[in-house]
Ligand binder design. Structure first.
Ligand SMILES: Cc1cc2nc3c(=O)[nH]c(=O)nc-3n(C[C@H](O)[C@H](O)[C@H](O)COP(=O)(O)OP(=O)(O)OC[C@H]3O[C@@H](n4cnc5c(N)ncnc54)[C@H](O)[C@@H]3O)c2cc1C
Length: 399
């Protein structure tokens, strides 16, 4: 039986562990924290699940198949951790070719998805929390929603243990074991040794800090997330308030319907703040006002809600916004599965299969996108706000 040590029990590590175990591998997973780790990117109350990726066929296909997978997981777990409430994407300008909403809408419609056009009038009538004056056009994709991400990780970890996978908590990666020029396992910071045929590094935003030769292609980026508690949570529940994106390609703003306890999460899929993943997480003092300024324009009533939690969550960004899933050409025996670039959670149901195919050198129609590559200045992932004016605002935020 082949064996693998996986470093990191987030979404990448656990989905790969489950799939490799299913294929007959002997699997051990090490994680620095408890699982789910409170600081892991995968651990939060919610993550957007969507197939809307402009005209990008790979992410669209992955999203379509992942949504099938989320429905199957709901059925298998007997719990609805994926909520198919829909995804409402509004634009501050009329939809036009080249824009994220226009391209996603056209591409998905051509693939047979039934999207619902939204005018300012529709917004005013069907989604009253929005300031319709600012958003003339957009659409709703009913085949989308959000996942209770922290709970999903708990379920995957339970499933992994039941499948015979050992998950070792509180175990920090120290270094790779080199055996005649081949990676043969890891040594932990406490000096423990875990030997295996393969090491899969899935330590999220920490990965480039643990394997410094990756620092020219990936790094950790801090992203502020805020949880608000409005006095009237019903206004912020689906269907009138599904997962939303407020001109996301230009502004980065997106968020979620109220949870059962009435929490509305708001975040920004933007450039963020480059950070050292091992340093304490500090939410910039100016962030709350920055969020409230956005809310005052887009959801005026929500701007008055109490802020009940805020968090700096780390993206493991790559230079081009695509994940990094491949054998390390300079370190035989080592496979990297990281570089989530802030948009991988939705793909959890298809990620394990993709990573396992790469580990086993099996053909996979999507793997080329995530293969080892030379750095370039290109930015790839759709709906990531990189606009100059936003970047300037974020620099102010980080002060
Ligand atoms: C603010 C925010 C919002 C997001 N929103 C969305 C969204 O709406 N939709 C979406 O699809 N995606 C979203 N994402 C992205 C998604 O969360 C990530 O793509 C995904 O969770 C990454 O999983 P991971 O397994 O790579 O990393 P993580 O979940 O961070 O897991 C890495 C694990 O490695 C462990 N580790 C670290 N160092 C060590 C060490 N030295 N030794 C052992 N273990 C170690 C950590 O403890 C951790 O458990 C968001 C991310 C953030 C930060």
């Amino acid at each position: 039986m082949s064996s693998v040590v996986i470093v990191g029990a987030g979404e990448f590590g656990l989905t790969a562990a489950l799939e490799l175990r299913r294929r007959g591998w002997d699997v051990v997973v090490l994680d620095a924290g408890p699982v789910p780790h409170p600081d892991a990117a995968s651990t939060d109350i919610s993550k957007v699940v969507r197939m809307d990726y402009g005209a990008d066929v790979i992410y669209t296909e992955m999203g379509e198949q992942a949504i099938e997978g989320w429905r199957a997981w709901n059925a298998a777990w007997g719990r609805e951790l994926y909520h198919e409430d829909g995804f409402l994407l509004m634009s501050r300008e009329r939809l036009a070719p080249g824009g994220f909403e226009f391209e996603s809408c056209a591409f998905l419609s051509a693939r047979g998805h039934r999207l619902i056009d939204k005018s300012a009038e529709d917004l005013r009538r069907d989604h009253p929390a929005w300031n319709a004056e600012l958003y003339p056009e957009g659409y709703l994709n009913p085949c989308a929603g959000w996942a209770e991400s922290g709970q999903v990780i708990t379920c995957l970890a339970m499933q992994a243990r039941r499948a015979g996978i050992e998950i070792v908590e509180g175990m920090r990666f120290g270094k790779l074991i080199d055996c005649d020029g081949r990676v043969a396992g890891v040594v932990t910071l406490g000096g423990g040794e875990y030997r295996a045929d393969r090491v899969l590094m899935a330590a999220g935003a920490w990965t480039p800090a643990l394997l410094p030769w990756l620092q020219n292609v990936m790094w950790a980026t801090g992203q502020v997330v805020m949880h608000f508690q409005p006095g009237d949570p019903e206004t912020y529940r689906a269907p009138q308030f599904p997962v939303w994106a407020a001109d996301i390609g230009r502004t980065g703003w997106y968020g979620f319907p109220a949870t059962e306890s009435g929490i509305v999460k708001v975040a920004n899929h933007g450039p963020g703040i480059r950070v050292d993943p091992h340093q304490p997480r500090v939410v910039p003092a100016a962030a709350e006002e920055y969020f409230r300024t956005f809310l005052r324009g887009t959801f005026p009533a929500l701007a008055e809600a109490s802020l009940v939690a805020s968090r700096l969550c780390l993206y493991g960004d790559t230079f081009d916004g695509h994940f990094w899933i491949d054998h390390d050409p300079q370190h035989p025996g080592l496979v990297i599965a990281a570089g989530d670039s802030g948009h991988a959670f939705k793909f959890a149901p298809v990620l394990g299969g993709l990573i396992a195919d790469v580990v086993e050198h099996k053909p996979n129609r999507w793997a080329g996108r995530f293969a080892w590559r030379e750095p370039s200045g290109v930015s790839g992932e759709g709906a990531r706000a990189l606009a100059q004016n936003y970047t300037r605002a974020h620099h102010k935020l980080s002060k």
